[in-house]
Design a protein. Structure first.
Length: 572
């Protein structure tokens, strides 16, 4: 492609509203342009990268017998109502009505549509297993779109769905998808970790997220320093390892603690450690109130609470609700003397506490010498806190460290979550109707593009891994008024294209400095500069990844470029 004939609107200045490095560079290098908040156009270079990523995905999907199709982005409300998610998905689901008043949603995901299709078309176990996928734009009304393509309201996604007659078959496809995703992200040049995750609004269980490591990532990964264990911080399990203290239980004592609401203020006021204070949080699970207790130096993990209670939604009670239920304001809530209708759940670490401090359910008052086993009724203990750095790894190997990650893919075992709700059944060998077992598997295509940029850039611009680079080679003719340079550049452009290379030829009438700056900014893997030695048949080759430069005679150029391509391919 001749650079004069395509659209690559590079910028010299960093856009003021772009926080993430990938957002800045994709704007500066002319890859994307914002249309409205969270919605972007993919310019020609970005579109080529998207196509490269999609090509890798399609190859890996075909290798595991997944079949591509296309479903509508406009989905009728009735299908979502069948699954129940029309009422529970939340405000992220973009809803609209047609001229007849019928309700629709723009596709945030496609479990309902795919389940309805397979339900209507597949009736026998003989047609299973079946794995179908699509690559399509998705729509989610994000409250705060940010970081460019990393969190948008419209984005490109690959979503696959598998249907099975047995758990063993689902397990096999899950493993195949897990490996296929590992292959995809490896081929894209990403440094990533598969981590244990929560299924969230998707439903189901047994799920892994694929996290590209990056400081801008919104997710925190808890990983072991001595094993392959890695989990989203919300899903990292903590064993009941804290032994109960043997201290003699002292008499419960109410103390006046004026305006002391936080654990830090309480510990300072009473000269105790935060670890000897009980944090009491009132939560609302599917509309019912529960009190959750953790040690003062720990944080409540609402995802663990949600999973323990098998709740669809979990949220923190607001101050008005806290006052109505407990008779006090936040900061003074505790488990002693609480309304007996309120269920109490405590983290394992609370079970080991003796003579602790907790709220007295009375404004400006706390209790000292609280022993939950003695002073609170009907307490259920479970793992309910967020893991912390330095905790033992859940697999018993090493200690936990944290890293930030960008979620680029996720694999789920949905089980019968959708097939039962939507009556997607098959007839088994004995002619009995059974619900299909399902799996769901997603890759954020546009998010993967941004994640690659987050990991592959320098202070000059992008550095594309060869497998996903918009072009393989960048040929620069430094002076378009010099006949020798133009003729040699034209010949190289035609020859490399004939040999199967994807080439961008900078034939613009720009100064050499502009061409070099744009080339570094765009970040193609190999640059061939046709300059002052063109009449000698000598060009400069620069490798973007490491900055190495070589002067090569044209009769040796093709062999040299082939070797460089092999080297870049082996390191991608």
């Amino acid at each position: 492609m001749r650079q004069s004939r395509t659209l690559i609107p590079t910028l010299r200045e960093v856009p003021a509203d772009a926080e993430a490095k990938s957002h800045q560079l994709l704007l500066r290098a002319g890859f994307i342009r914002q249309n409205t908040s969270g919605v972007y156009s993919y310019m020609p270079l970005a579109n080529k990268v998207i196509q490269k990523i999609q090509g890798i995905v399609r190859q890996e999907m075909e290798n595991i017998n997944a079949v591509e199709m296309m479903m509508p982005a406009l989905q009728q409300a009735e299908t979502w109502q069948e699954s129940g998610r029309w009422y529970t998905y939340g405000p992220e689901l973009m809803r609209l009505k047609d001229r007849h008043g019928r309700e629709f949603a723009l596709g945030a995901t496609h479990e309902e549509v795919m389940t309805s299709i397979v339900r209507d078309e597949v009736k026998s176990y003989k047609r299973l297993p079946l794995t179908l996928y699509q690559i399509q734009s998705k729509f989610r009304d994000e409250k705060r779109p940010r970081f460019g393509l990393l969190r948008g309201r419209e984005f490109i996604m690959k979503d696959a769905y598998s249907f099975h007659a047995s758990a063993e078959s689902l397990d096999e496809t899950y493993k195949d998808m897990y490996q296929a995703y590992t292959n995809v992200f490896t081929r894209c040049g990403l440094n990533f970790r598969p981590v244990i995750a929560d299924s969230g609004a998707m439903g189901g269980k047994d799920t892994h997220e694929f996290m590209a490591l990056a400081d801008i990532g919104e997710d925190t990964i808890a990983y072991s320093d001595q094993s392959s264990y890695a989990a989203n911080i919300e899903m990292a399990e903590i064993a009941e390892t804290v032994e109960a203290q043997n201290a003699e239980m002292e008499e419960l004592q109410e103390v006046h603690t004026p305006s002391v609401k936080t654990i830090e203020e309480l510990a300072a006021f009473l000269s105790v450690s935060p670890s000897n204070c009980i944090k009491s949080i009132l939560l609302k699970a599917d509309g019912r109130f529960v009190l959750v207790l953790t040690r003062g130096d720990h944080e409540v993990n609402d995802i663990k609470v949600k999973n323990l209670l098998h709740a669809e939604t979990i949220e923190f009670a607001n101050p008005e609700e806290v006052a109505e239920i407990t008779g006090t304001e936040p900061g003074f809530v505790g488990p002693v003397g609480l309304n007996t209708e309120i269920e109490i759940y405590a983290d394992f670490a609370v079970k080991a506490m003796a003579n602790a401090v907790a709220g007295a359910n009375k404004t400006d008052h706390h209790y000292q010498n609280v022993n939950v086993s003695r002073d609170a009724d009907h307490v259920t203990y479970a793992d309910l806190r967020l893991i912390q750095e330095g905790d033992p790894s859940p697999d018993g190997k090493g200690t936990i460290h944290f890293a930030k990650g960008i979620e680029v893919g996720q694999v789920f075992k949905l089980g019968t979550r959708y097939s039962e709700a939507m009556d997607a059944t098959y007839l088994d060998e004995n002619g009995r109707a059974k619900p299909m077992l399902m799996g769901c598997y997603g890759i954020g295509i546009s998010r993967t593009l941004s994640a690659i940029v987050e990991q592959h850039h320098d202070d000059k611009g992008l550095i594309w891994p060869l497998a996903v680079s918009p072009y393989d080679l960048h040929i620069l003719a430094l002076n378009m008024k010099n006949d020798a340079q133009v003729q040699l550049a034209e010949k190289l452009y035609e020859d490399f294209q004939a040999k199967g290379f994807d080439v961008l030829f900078d034939d613009r009438a720009e100064r050499a400095g502009v061409k070099f700056a744009d080339s570094d900014l765009i970040g193609l893997p190999i640059r061939i500069t046709v300059g002052k030695r063109a009449d000698e048949g000598v060009v400069e080759v620069k490798i973007r990844q490491n900055g190495e430069s070589f002067e090569i005679a044209c009769d040796e150029l093709f062999g040299f470029i082939e070797e460089q391509v092999k080297s870049l391919s082996s390191h991608s």
